[in-house]
Ligand binder design. Structure first.
Ligand SMILES: NC(=O)c1ccc[n+]([C@@H]2O[C@H](COP(=O)([O-])OP(=O)(O)OC[C@H]3O[C@@H](n4cnc5c(N)ncnc54)[C@H](O)[C@@H]3O)[C@@H](O)[C@H]2O)c1
Length: 329
């Protein structure tokens, strides 16, 4: 009798039940695994359910992950689905789908991933009707919009990882060039998470000092900064060319968004969400700086974009809208 190991304290009262923070992560490929690992080591959830169609592999991954629990704050981690252990989750993160092949654009993935989402989202709506959904699968903005339409959830609760990763890459590369901590670089990538994304140079600054020189001035500095943005835009292609997929940075990105939601941090992150009217853009999901809390997307920063940036953002929205128009939901 294992209970004999302990001598009960007769004065002890039952603890008040604390509502556990429950998450379901759907899709345990390279990206899902990096997300799960990052969430575990940062103790994002009290309960984390991992769901994938590849049952045996999922079982092996869960076994491997739980064996690390003695080194971590506790998370009740198990394999399951939104329909069983994951029922009534606070957050459902979707990284399921097919990954980009070398040289393949994110937008090419769309048909294949929408079909997978249709099979997943019915149960999410049925069993987790109050959850916030975080969409990571590519093309992330299209998948976020498709999720919004398929589920009928309010736009505050359907969030795409958007350009949070691109913004992190941008800040890292700028910081590296400047020889300072990336957290002290204030700069955003907005628009599509993909080829039509854009840097908001007009607002990029370090300690309030603007980085990008005005038109016609300091050409070499402009060229250097433009080259950094090109590196950001092509980062996924370059990584996939070398190692076949991207994972660690997106894992950290996702856990950062989750912490902002669960701990109601009201942080500003360039997540993807519905744009309705801002900059003359309507009915499309794309990345913009937004305030995130436990209710999801609380508000969007009204960035005073210059004319060039507004034009680029509208073009990015147009790219996404055209793709979406071809989809049958
Ligand atoms: N938003 C971002 O910034 C970002 C960054 C990197 C990758 N991604 C995207 O994330 C997605 C996953 O990439 P990956 O490298 O992990 O791919 P992967 O092929 O390694 O994993 C995909 C997983 O999804 C699972 N899956 C497929 N259909 C499913 C279903 N119906 N239910 C449950 N699970 C299912 C597969 O079994 C597999 O384990 C891709 O679309 C990729 O392009 C997004």
């Amino acid at each position: 009798m294992l209970e004999q190991l302990f001598i009960p304290n007769p004065d002890a009262e039952q603890p008040n039940p604390i509502r556990p923070r429950k998450g379901v992560l759907i899709g345990l490929g390279q990206v899902g695994l990096a997300c799960a690992y990052s969430m575990l080591i940062q103790n994002c959830f009290d309960e984390l359910i991992l769901q994938d169609i590849a049952a045996e592999k999922l079982e092996g991954e869960v076994m491997d992950l739980v064996h690390g629990m003695p080194f971590l704050p506790p998370t009740d981690l198990k394999a399951g689905t939104v329909a069983d252990a994951g029922k009534d989750a606070d957050l459902v993160i979707i990284t399921a789908g097919v990954a980009q092949k070398p040289g393949e654009s994110r937008l090419n993935l769309v048909e294949r991933n929408v079909a997978i989402f249709k099979t997943i989202l019915g149960d999410v709506v049925k069993y987790c009707p109050n959850a916030i959904l975080l969409i990571v699968s590519n093309p992330a903005d299209i998948m976020t919009y498709a999720t919004l339409k398929i589920t009928g959830f309010p736009s505050s609760r359907v969030i795409g990882s958007g350009t949070v990763l691109d913004t992190a890459r941008f800040r890292y590369l700028l910081a590296n060039k400047l020889g300072i901590d990336a957290r002290s670089v204030h700069a955003y990538i907005i628009g599509e998470h993909g080829d039509s994304e854009l840097p908001v140079w007009s607002a990029a600054n370090v300690a309030g000092v603007r980085l990008y020189p005005p038109e016609g001035e300091m050409t070499s500095r402009r060229e250097e900064l433009d080259a950094i943005f090109e590196q950001v835009k092509n980062a996924a292609y370059e990584i996939i060319k070398r190692k076949g997929y991207t994972s660690y940075a997106i894992g950290l990105t996702v856990s950062d968004i989750i912490k902002a939601i669960l701990r109601s941090q009201e942080r500003i992150l360039t997540v993807s969400g519905l744009v309705d009217g801002l900059y003359g853009i309507d009915d499309v999901c794309l990345g913009l700086p937004r305030v995130i809390n436990e209710k999801g997307i609380l508000k969007t920063v009204n960035l005073p974009l210059n004319e060039t940036e507004q034009k680029q953002l509208r073009q990015s929205a147009q790219v996404l809208r055209e793709i979406f128009a071809q989809l049958k939901l």
